[in-house]
Ligand binder design. Structure first.
Ligand code: CMP
Length: 143
């Protein structure tokens, strides 16, 4: 079954949106199989965002994502990578459709509430960076 990595960013945690984001994904029918709260080290943040190294916003992105705790999650389900991207809305909240997470709660591209993997391959890499295999659980969900 497909898996994706989702992270409530420091602004989402500070604004009390953790429950709302989990609730939206649960109600959609996806299965939460890994969850932890942590504060990223700069080393981990740079690994997670390695593809953006060298871009003008990279230093600001690293200092922001390490500025407070995040909630890291692994979600499982059919087509979950694309579905979560759709539910989050466009990276820039100003362009995100109303009703999406960013379109509802986001204001700024640098503080866009939530991160979700952009492909199944990226999801595997991001999941392995944040979780060891024994931290992911298996169970049945009745929908
Ligand atoms: P995310 O989906 O976590 O992936 C990379 C992040 O870089 C992105 O969300 C934005 O929060 C952040 N970012 C900051 N500035 C920019 C920018 N100008 N263009 C794209 N992403 C940006």
């Amino acid at each position: 079954m497909e898996r994706t990595f989702v992270m409530v960013k420091p602004d989402g945690v500070q604004r009390g949106l953790v429950g709302e984001i989990i609730s939206r994904l649960e109600k959609r029918g996806y299965k939460l199989i890994g969850l932890k709260m942590l504060r990223l080290t700069p080393e981990m943040a740079e690994k997670h965002y390695a593809e953006h190294r060298g871009k003008p916003f990279f230093p600001g992105l690293i200092s922001y994502i390490t500025s407070g705790p995040v909630v890291a999650m692994v979600w499982e389900g059919k087509n979950v990578v694309a579905a979560v991207r759709e539910m989050m809305g466009a990276t820039d909240p100003q362009k995100a459709l109303p009703g999406t997470i960013r379109g509802t709660y986001g204001i700024d591209i640098g503080r866009n509430v939530v991160h979700g993997s952009d492909s199944p391959a990226t999801a595997e890499r991001e999941i392995n960076l944040f979780f060891s295999p024994e931290e992911l659980v298996t169970y049945d969900r009745n929908l």
